[in-house]
Design a protein around this ligand. Structure first.
Ligand code: DAH
Length: 343
């Protein structure tokens, strides 16, 4: 009996170490340790032997069983390591190679100007205690409109025409949708910011593009006022332009804030005297902002009796155009290397 057991064990161990993949290992496991496996069959036949013998055989077969099991685990590890080594050897990609069919320009890739400025503003906001959140580019009507206090038949929906998917979802028209997703996850007080790509169904020209970038910000705390908003905006502008910047608020309508404003900063090209860039007003329109509407807080499960907040949404493309004197928004998505190499 003991020799029989040992033969099975030896057979099993050599079968396992000969396995070349996970399926073969599983077959070997079933063959030897499965319910109808060879070792199991032997143990079933134990009833025909004496009880002392049975104890010894039982012990031995358990020991063999463990040996076979650990051989199986070991072989599995070996095979998966071998697999990884093989992938590393055969499937590596040289990311520095030029795409097929292109000519080497002798230059390496680097971040797109949109990403550069986005990351820079993220750093500024993070240093002011804002947490950076992400949201999907394909949104539901609820997050893009409904929960931002823009009900289905409200005329404010017409302000932002968009691309709809066949199943009734849409490409987000603004990063404000991230506010709602953020509020659902956060406990006040909090500061959050959400950068991202947004889409509008629009005819394109030098200052309009169907795809552009925004950064949304929101602060919720007790007794937040417009002066908090102005302070934070000025700090952000100061950090971006590396000098102190004059701002002004004009009343504006956005359904998700009350009161709502457009925030302008003084034109740095003419120092406020008036030029073509600021359309001779001395001011550059920078972003929309305001104090969060109580309905929006409620949609975010936040009690407006206890908490208040401000929010803002800035267009990244415009800001970069201002910063570098870019005269056509369509350059950003054009993929024209002559444009990109300037940054
Ligand atoms: N979502 C607005 C837009 O795309 C910008 C905006 C305005 C965002 C006011 C805000 C806000 O958070 O309070 O035009």
């Amino acid at each position: 009996m003991k020799t029989k057991l040992k033969t099975i064990r030896d057979k099993a161990l050599s079968a396992v170490s000969a396995c070349q993949n996970i399926n073969e290992i599983e077959d070997a496991r079933i063959k030897f340790l499965g319910r109808k496996g060879e070792l199991t069959k032997i143990l079933r036949s134990l009833s025909s032997i004496t009880s002392e013998e049975r104890a010894a055989i039982g012990q031995l077969s358990n020991q063999y069983k463990r040996e076979i099991e650990s051989a199986i685990e070991l072989r599995k590890d070996e095979l998966s390591k071998k697999n990884i080594d093989m992938l590393l050897r055969d499937e590596w990609i040289d990311v520095t190679l030029n795409p097929r069919g292109t000519i080497s320009t002798g230059r390496h890739g680097y971040l797109h100007p949109l990403s550069q400025t986005q990351y820079e503003i993220e750093d500024i906001l993070t240093s002011m205690g804002f947490q950076i959140l992400d949201g999907p580019e394909a949104e539901t009507e609820y997050y893009n409109f409904e929960a931002l206090n823009i009900p289905e038949f409200h005329p404010a929906r017409d302000l932002q025409d968009t691309f709809w998917t066949e199943d009734g979802n849409l490409l987000r028209t603004h990063t404000s949708a991230i506010q709602i997703r953020g509020m659902e996850k956060m406990e006040p007080p909090f500061r959050i910011a959400g950068p991202g790509r947004v889409f509008r169904y629009e005819a394109t020209d030098a200052s309009h593009e169907h795809t552009f970038y925004q950064i949304e910000g929101m602060m919720v705390d007790r007794e937040i006022s417009v002066s908090h908003l102005i302070y934070v905006m000025k700090e952000i502008l100061k950090a971006i332009f590396k000098r102190s910047v004059k701002v002004r608020l004009r009343p504006a309508y956005y359904p998700f804030v009350e009161p709502g404003f457009d925030l302008d900063f003084n034109c740095m090209i003419c120092e406020g005297r008036g030029c073509r860039v600021c359309k001779h007003t001395g001011w550059i329109e920078f972003l929309g902002c305001g104090l969060v509407h109580p309905n929006v807080l409620k949609f975010g499960n936040i009690d407006p009796e206890q908490w208040s907040g401000f929010a803002f949404g800035m267009g990244l493309n415009r800001l970069i155009m201002m910063r570098y004197g870019i005269n056509d928004i369509r350059h950003f998505m054009s993929g024209d290397l002559r444009f990109l190499y300037q940054f």
